[in-house]
Design a protein around this ligand. Structure first.
Ligand code: GLN
Length: 452
């Protein structure tokens, strides 16, 4: 009830929730109370959560922030949310996001932007909570839920976490099932939590992950209890600091934050190793070819026929497809679909798409080569603190640069966490990122808990 009251009070300003499921939440909470009274209960019993609007929820509208899916009420539940309800969590509602998870500021949503609860000391402007999981991050930071689900294709869990002073982890590709998640770029998409603490992230991620035969890329592996990795210190761990992550024009405040993180880990007894990930500079261009290519294929299903928006008056079948898609998709989605169709087209496939796949392989190999020398890697999460809404909307390229530190983990399928680690001169939160080996979330959590 306290969270419902907070939502009612703050959501008109923050625009984090696009659907509230208050009756359902109270009913789930009562059922949870009843289980607890009988001495039963799961790991998340009674925990009130917000669900990013791209997880299909049975009987509750799911739109992925798009007019294309307005009115779509899934007849089934995503595996990730099924796991949460199995463990006793309570659903407060669906959270705003960039349309089809394409964006870094939550400004591409058909529901309008989400506002970050944080304000800069030096300006009164409304700030972005980041994206695409902007609703999730803003809701957690603003106490509109205890924690939230999110998804990360190129940074959409970690960047919003960094912008809102929260914790966000993207697990190893394949740990969380993609069944029932509205697809953006299937070889990169992963679910994960946004939470207030590293411990909450460890608890929630464990519930979210499971082997799922309904997702062909799901990994049949055990899901460990990651709370066992917390508060162990970092003595004896080798932490890599990649020199290629010192990017052109990186603000001094970000470098200072990174240096501080290095010092903390050193003081804790870790060995700091300078490493090289030479193909890092190609990560962003490769990502912005591969992700749109997969999107153009995935989003071909929105034809106005089977679900979602259908144009009212069409003169032919082709006209129906064209008009439905023209009306249903927003500008950023159209941009991505255009890029995707272009890089996959006969004359350009080898020059762009195949080349980007080769670069992706090199990036993964860069990581493989350093794992002999280090146990985890420390970088900043983002090249800046949260920016003002409207600031970068004019220029898609500047917006894409936001993902410079996060896309590599997606391209290589590795786990990455963002932990709040300091503030900038305006008092806004900044995050540090820890990247780990595939399936070694344990070390990622261990280092993250030392930075918290
Ligand atoms: N900002 C990136 C993009 O727009 C990442 C989005 C995401 O991780 N879903 O593609």
């Amino acid at each position: 009830k306290a969270f419902v009251a907070n939502i009612d009070a703050a959501n008109p300003r923050l625009n984090a929730y696009v659907v509230q499921t208050t009756d359902k939440a109270l009913e789930m909470a009562r059922a949870s109370d009843a289980r607890l009274a009988k001495g039963e209960g799961g790991a998340l019993e009674g925990a009130p959560l917000g669900i990013k609007d791209l997880f299909c929820t049975d009987g509750v509208q799911t739109t992925a922030g798009s007019n294309m899916l307005k009115g779509f009420v899934p007849p089934y539940e995503s595996t990730v949310s099924t796991n949460l309800w199995r463990d006793g969590a309570v659903m407060l509602g669906k959270l705003n996001m960039d349309e089809f998870a394409m964006g870094s500021s939550n400004e591409t949503s058909a529901y309008g932007p989400v506002v970050n609860p944080w304000k800069s000391k030096t300006s009164n402007a409304d700030l972005t909570p980041g994206g695409s999981s902007g609703g999730s991050a803003s809701a957690v930071a603003g106490d509109l839920c205890l924690a939230a689900t999110a998804s990360d294709t190129g940074g959409s869990i970690r960047q919003p976490a960094a912008f809102t002073g929260t914790v966000g982890i993207k697990p190893t590709y394949g740990r969380a099932s993609r069944f029932g998640m509205v697809a953006f770029a299937s070889s990169l998409d992963q679910a994960g939590p946004i939470t207030k603490t590293v411990e909450d992230a460890a608890i929630l991620l464990r519930s979210m992950c499971s082997f799922d035969p309904k997702d062909s890329t799901s990994l049949d592996v055990d899901t460990p209890d990651w709370t066992q990795s917390l508060h162990k210190g970092v003595k004896g761990l080798r932490i890599g600091v990649p020199k290629e992550y010192v990017v052109d024009g990186m603000p001094a405040e970000i470098q200072a934050l990174w240096d501080k993180g290095v010092q903390w880990l050193k003081d804790g007894g870790a060995e700091i190793v300078e490493i090289s990930l030479p193909h890092t500079k190609y990560a962003l261009p490769a990502y912005y070819i591969i992700a749109p290519a997969e999107a153009s294929s995935n989003l071909a299903r929105y034809d106005g026929m089977r679900f979602g928006h259908r144009a009212a008056e069409a003169k032919s079948l082709t006209d129906l497809y064209e008009t439905s898609r023209a009306e249903g998709f927003g500008n950023e989605v159209k941009r991505r679909l255009t890029i995707g169709a272009y890089v996959l087209s006969a004359g350009f496939y080898d020059a762009y798409y195949v080349r980007a796949l080769k670069v992706r392989r090199r990036i993964a190999e860069d990581f493989d080569k350093v794992w002999g020398q280090v146990d985890a890697i420390l970088t900043p999460s983002t090249p800046s603190a949260a920016f003002a809404l409207g600031d970068k909307q004019v220029d898609p390229l500047t917006m894409y640069l936001n993902d410079v530190f996060t896309v590599t983990a997606n391209l290589a399928g590795l786990p990455g966490i963002s932990v709040p680690a300091g503030v900038d001169s305006g008092g806004l939160p900044l995050g540090l990122q820890v990247i780990g080996k595939a399936l070694d979330e344990a070390t990622v959590f261990q280092v993250a808990s030392a930075l918290e």
